[in-house]
Design a protein around this ligand. Structure first.
Ligand code: DGJ
Length: 687
């Protein structure tokens, strides 16, 4: 892509999109006079709008000093250097005409991956600055005939739902004010021209790397200038910056695709794998106790489950909630991170050794940021939670949130996690967070408005410390499902839990939304008994469940203790199958062939990094009038190569086709009835 801005009277964005010649853009800098009311409409395209009462687009910086809030910055210089990971970085310095501060705009250019990241840094040289709003970037788009925006929304057990809406004149905002990323909106966007599809069309996209209160606004002015402004939410935001202090925004990553949403997703996935979620090992097939036993975990039952899990090929055995303190339900024990003596009389070590003896790794669930009022931790330190003096703090899921911005709390949690990990052979932590932050009162002389950010900084500090001190321990980000998935936390995480909804059909929609913006290699999906408390209906076929879950990192959450011998053997063969293809799913390129909302058949295809192998998962929701499935057209193959296609489970099905046939005529699909599925394994044979 090209991303071009120029220095005139102010820093002006000129162009973002298909590569163009920068010299021809100079004329775009001329003043664009409309009337005395709008003497230069190009002001809507400022590269970083500072509020000064003269430019009226959504501001990126608003501050006060001595009661005045005008900011007049001017260009003071630039430099290019090799920054983090040796990536080429451009730094623009702006200086204020009145106040003594520097504003740095930083652009990190991941040239090969066609992604840029932007952030801003404020260095205060003079007296105290009161910052009210400081966004990461404003990204201007070219004028578009019929602009639309795609974004994902959700709620507990229904995350990552795709929304497509026209960009109208005005400001559209997505945000979180809940102290974390939240499931309601995800900090990702795609602006496109009407008519863009999975394969075609221009798409301008971006993602914010922040796990606290955030905001992304899309503004279309009356002169059809469109900008996307993103960063920390300015709602209830405030920061005093003393002399010599600096404030840095989170990074805002962005790119452009002329290959529709599929092209956008593949660019994002490739970038995330290279620079954000850098797990070097494949995602292990895991077993998780939550849906099978909920809070009722104990060493004997878990050992029985472990026997079954090991026999079917599980690699990581994870004990979820309920193993510690007096945690027999969600109303007590949270915060008391010692194994419950009734459930684990000999500590965790007994189960861990047993699990390890069966050849599996061991993982465990924690929710360190929260505490039940009915816990020893809370009784000992009632002042460690966020609270407002004189106001009864709100409980949600019977819990409060710990004020981890306090050093004493942070150190206590780190100490607890250090001993848990040092004393036990734990190789995986599922880090959960089951409520939003409320009751944020000012504390120890710190304005409560600064605590929103302080919580996120403290969280990153804890995760960063764990990564450094326990590099062998993998981390999963979970917040009652997919409530904290963003490029900020993913820098520290190896995988994510997108939703507590494990219905294999509804998951297809969640997986479509998730993979629009996030890499399927970190998208954990479990095969479960589809528990009715998650508002699901009906039983699903085991193969259907597995194939739906194999579209990401596979996990098992069923009550495997009650499976029949026949079911157990089916589980084993699907797990074996997954292990033989997971390198393609987790590291390959994803093509969403048919979307679940568009037809009764949906399908996704993955192509290996080497281009030699591909897998296709196809799902039929329900057959109507006995209609046969249409042939399924594949993507991303080489047209003159021949490919061997095998339907999993039936070797006699082997057929050889040219890539062009598979892409333009398609593969026959013999799905029938309700909730049928197929896994097709494809191997390149040569020309
Ligand atoms: C919410 C998570 O999303 C679930 O998977 C499970 O870990 C529960 N919390 C445990 O309380």
């Amino acid at each position: 892509m090209s991303y071009i801005f120029g220095v005139g009277g102010y820093l002006q964005n000129l162009y973002w999109g298909e590569p163009v010649n920068a010299e021809d853009c100079a004329e775009l800098m001329e003043v664009n006079f409309h009337s005395s009311f709008d003497p230069d409409t190009n002001l809507d395209r400022e590269e970083f709008t500072c509020w000064n009462g003269r430019s009226f687009a959504e501001p990126c910086l608003k501050l006060q000093q001595g009661g005045e809030s005008v900011v007049f910055t001017e260009f003071a210089g630039w430099e290019i250097f090799n920054g983090q990971e040796g990536v080429q970085t451009l730094r623009i310095t702006l200086e204020d005409k009145i106040r003594e501060f520097q504003l740095i705009l930083e652009y990190v250019v991941y040239e090969e991956l066609d992604i840029i990241s932007r952030k801003a840094i404020l260095n205060n040289i003079g007296g105290p600055l009161m910052i009210e709003n400081f966004q990461s970037a404003a990204l201007s788009l070219p004028q578009l005939e019929r602009p639309f925006i795609r974004y994902v929304t959700g709620k507990w057990a229904g995350e990552f739902v795709i929304n497509d809406a026209p960009v109208n004149t005005g400001v559209f905002t997505m945000q979180s004010k809940r102290g974390m990323t939240g499931p309601h909106f995800n900090p990702s966007f795609a602006v496109y021209e009407e008519g863009a599809t999975e394969q075609n069309g221009n798409v301008w996209f971006g993602q914010l790397a922040y796990s606290g209160n955030w905001k992304i606004s899309v503004e279309k002015t009356i002169f059809d200038n469109i900008r996307v402004i993103g960063g920390m939410n300015d709602s209830d935001f405030f920061k005093t910056l003393g002399q010599g202090e600096s404030l840095e925004t989170p990074e805002f990553f962005f790119g452009f695709s002329n290959g529709g949403f599929g092209g956008m997703s593949r660019k994002l996935h490739r970038f995330q794998k290279a620079h954000i979620t850098t797990a070097s090992k494949p995602r292990r097939v895991l077993y998780n106790s939550w849906e099978a036993t909920a809070f009722d975990v104990n060493v004997k039952e878990q050992m029985k489950l472990a026997d079954k899990a090991a026999s079917m090929g599980v690699e990581l055995f994870v004990v979820d909630d309920g193993w510690f303190g007096e945690r027999h339900g969600d109303n007590a024990g949270l915060g008391d991170w010692t194994p419950n003596a009734g459930k684990f009389p000999n500590g965790l070590g007994e189960l861990i050794s047993y699990v390890n003896g069966l050849g599996m790794d061991f993982g465990i669930w924690v929710e360190p940021e929260a505490v039940n009022p009915d816990s020893c931790l809370f009784r000992a330190h009632p002042d460690w939670i966020y609270h407002i003096d004189g106001v009864e703090p709100m409980q949600s899921r019977n819990q409060y949130v710990l004020n981890i911005s306090l050093k004493v709390v942070r150190e206590y949690l780190l100490g607890m996690l250090r001993s848990l990990l040092a004393q036990n052979n734990i190789s995986f932590l599922k880090w959960d967070m089951n409520r939003m932050i409320t009751d944020l009162g000012s504390c120890d002389g710190v304005d409560h408005r600064e605590l929103w950010r302080a919580h996120v900084d403290a969280l990153y500090e804890i995760w960063g410390t764990l990564r450094r001190e326990f590099p062998q321990v993998e981390l999963e980000t979970c917040a009652g499902g997919g409530g904290r998935i963003d490029l900020g936390i993913l820098r520290y995480a190896d995988q994510s839990w997108p939703s507590d909804n494990t219905d294999p059909y509804e998951r297809l929609f969640i997986q479509e939304g998730f993979t629009n913006f996030y890499n399927p290699g970190i998208m954990m999906c479990w095969v479960t008994d589809t528990h009715p408390s998650y508002r699901r209906s009906g039983r699903r076929d085991i193969s259907y469940k597995f194939r739906s879950a194999m579209c990401g990192g596979l996990g098992i959450g069923s009550n495997i203790g009650s499976l029949t011998a026949e079911e157990l053997s089916l589980y084993s063969s699907h797990i074996d199958e997954y292990k033989s293809i997971r390198h393609i799913v987790q590291n390959g390129r994803l093509y969403r062939l048919l979307l679940p909302g568009n037809s009764p058949v949906s399908a996704v295809q993955y192509i290996s990094e080497s281009d030699e192998e591909s897998v296709v998962f196809a799902f039929l929701h329900s057959q109507k009038f006995g209609d046969p499935c249409k042939r399924l057209k594949l993507q991303g193959l080489s047209k003159n190569s021949r490919y061997l296609v095998r339907t999993a489970g039936s070797e006699e099905s082997d057929r050889v086709y040219y890539g062009s046939t598979l892409m333009h005529i398609g593969l026959p699909l013999s799905l029938k009835g309700d909730f049928d599925s197929a896994l097709l394994k494809i191997k390149k044979l040569g020309e």
